[in-house]
Design a protein around this ligand. Structure first.
Ligand code: ADP
Ligand code: MG
Length: 283
């Protein structure tokens, strides 16, 4: 099984190499990178390209590792026991109240699957460690039913992180790691082409110029990323903004039109306005 890229996703050669290395090693691929650099979409793309089902697990601050295995629904069981009758007869089989998590679903699937554990750094620090054994051995024990669940096929595991928290060493040791570098202009051009084929070249050129200039501003609180550039371009086209209007040299252009797609807080907008103002004074 090899990932050779896809028509809707721009994968650089080093990214493809990393995906295939993780598949060969049968280890989870830990993908880091700025938000919006295509980490989540990578798992979707690889699953689609390999023709495998994708099981997604989006992590929140309250997510516990156990939820990826299974949860015991004690509330439903209590309710059934109170209702009696048809419901009451279910009560004696505890298996009726075990809800399978993403890992169990993947382990019991007929075919190999792709698992996405998205934004692992959102959970508390114990979360990755709590999953080590299950991801390593590809099995776990269900105490309620005294059952050992073993993976029929080893899933391909993607784990993404926005780098909000450090991950434990023991966890890192078991993963293959890849950092998605922020796309350079050329790669960004290809990403735009994938999303909006046939967009005017001059508009793309001017927009990229503004975008990369904006990212360079020192002290920006939140740099705009790929998904924000794509949103911005969509708006520029929808509003029929001419490429000339984006040019910083334009006397009238104080700040790019529809900048709300790129700059997401007022400090950054002010910072940008000040820089534009200074640039004009020096002219
Ligand atoms: N390499 C890429 N090829 C195509 N589209 C991309 C790429 N990187 C980012 N995008 C676009 O940016 C959006 C955000 O990507 P996403 O996977 O959600 O980023 P992340 O999970 O890293 O925050 C995607 O929906 C896609 O439209
Ligand atoms: Mg994501």
């Amino acid at each position: 099984m090899r990932f050779e890229g896809s028509t809707d996703y721009v994968a650089t050669p080093d990214l493809m190499l990393a995906v295939n290395a993780a598949i060969t090693l049968q280890r989870p691929l830990l993908v880091k990178g700025e938000p919006g650099t295509g980490k989540t979409m990578l798992a979707e793309t690889v699953a689609a390209a390999l023709g495998l089902p994708l099981l997604q697990w989006h992590i929140k601050s309250t997510t516990k590792a156990q939820q990826g295995l299974y949860e015991y629904d004690a509330v439903s069981r209590l309710r059934d026991s109170q209702l009696g009758g048809e419901h009451g007869s279910r009560v004696h089989d505890i298996a009726n109240y075990i809800v399978k998590g993403v890992l169990w679903q993947a382990f019991s699937a007929e075919t190999p699957t792709v698992i996405l554990i998205d934004e692992v750094d959102k959970a508390d620090i114990e979360f990755p460690n709590d999953l080590l054994r299950e991801l390593d051995r590809m099995e776990f024990y269900v105490y309620e039913t005294r059952e050992l669940v073993k993976a029929r096929h080893r899933p391909i595991v993607f784990i993404t992180s926005n780098n909000e928290k450090e991950l434990p060493d023991a966890f890192l040791r078991r993963c293959f790691f890849h950092y998605i570098k922020f796309p350079d202009k050329e790669t960004m051009q290809s990403i735009i082409d994938v999303h909006y084929p046939g967009l005017k070249k001059t508009l793309i050129r001017e927009a990229l110029e503004v975008f990369f200039e904006l990212r360079e501003i020192p002290g920006l609180k939140k740099k705009p990323s790929t998904s924000e550039l794509l949103d911005w371009l969509k708006l520029l086209v929808a509003e029929d903004i001419p490429p000339e209007a984006l040019r910083a040299k334009d006397q009238k252009a104080a700040i790019p039109p529809l900048h709300g797609a790129l700059l997401k807080n007022e400090q950054d907008v002010h910072l940008f306005e000040r820089l534009m103002f200074m640039a004009r004074q020096n002219r």
